[in-house]
Design a protein around this ligand. Structure first.
Ligand code: NAD
Length: 246
């Protein structure tokens, strides 16, 4: 029970890594505010406070602390995976990648950091990816550029507030089995004109462990970085990828 009496906000909490993280933190005693725009999926999670929000709407994000109050931990999990190289990817996808993957976390931190500082400290966990400054991945131009910015944002916040009780870390997963990954497998199969099973096998083949990650495995790292056990860790990039970049 590492999170008794702790108040936690988790974005993208309705599905995948966000949901696994919200449930893990809840099970460890936290009061969890679960944020997502998918109301039906959000309603399926028990034992959390549910907030319907479009994280790309800066005004909606800025209003959140009035409803939620001061928190101890902020988990910025929301992200969008755009396909395409710099020529094939659309400008709309480039903009949405930065709106959700970078600007939403920027606005969330600006909204909740003052309350964390008033409380005397707290932890921020941002979700980056192996596709970032860690590694160039084909067909992921906008995604990789935006996830690189997440690493820069993480390090900047960590450096600025290290003396005021704030820790800020980010996580770079390899390929993880989630609803959106399932859709990417189907899309990739269609784009390449191959069977879904073959596209699936190509995603698995990138992982030397021979399997995809599980959302619960990423959630365990989220919970560790959010907890006091990680008290000596800030500004760090935590790779969890089945050995992909090793
Ligand atoms: P997912 O697609 O399964 O779930 C994403 C959730 O975000 C959904 O519930 C969706 O409703 C919500 N969401 C999307 N746009 C929103 C918005 N504008 N406002 C509010 N909610 C919104 O995602 P996932 O695969 O679990 O990925 C979670 C994070 O992990 C993302 O940042 C992703 O880039 C990162 N990541 C995932 C993988 C992977 O293989 N799954 C790998 C590396 C990094």
């Amino acid at each position: 029970m590492r999170f008794l009496n702790k108040v936690v906000v988790v974005t993208a909490a309705a599905n995948g890594i966000g949901r696994a993280s919200a449930e893990r933190l809840r099970d460890e005693g936290a009061k969890v505010w679960a944020l997502d725009r998918d109301g039906d999926a959000l309603n399926a999670i028990d034992g959390v406070e549910r907030v319907l929000v479009d994280l790309t709407n800066a005004a909606e994000v800025a209003a959140l602390p009035d409803r939620i109050g001061a928190i101890d931990t902020l988990c910025n999990i929301a992200g969008y995976v755009a396909a395409g190289d710099i020529l094939a990817g659309s400008e709309a996808d480039w903009a949405l990648s930065f709106d959700l993957n970078v600007h939403a976390s920027y606005h969330m931190i600006r909204a909740f950091l003052p309350g964390m500082l008033d409380k005397g400290g707290g932890a921020i966990v941002n979700m980056s990816s192996i596709a970032s400054s860690v590694k160039g991945i084909p067909n992921r131009c906008a995604y990789g550029a935006s996830k690189g910015a997440v690493i820069g944002l993480t390090k900047a916040v960590a450096a600025d507030f290290v003396g005021r009780g704030i820790r800020c870390n980010c996580i770079c997963p390899g390929t993880v089995e989630t609803p959106s990954l399932r859709q990417r497998v189907v899309d990739q199969a269609a784009a390449q004109g191959v069977a879904v099973a073959d596209a699936d096998a190509a995603f698995v083949a990138r992982q030397p462990m021979g399997r995809l990650g599980r959302a619960e495995e990423i959630a365990a790292l989220v919970a560790y970085l959010a907890s006091d056990e990680a008290g000596f860790t800030t500004g760090a990039v935590h790779v969890i990828d089945g050995g992909w970049v090793n």
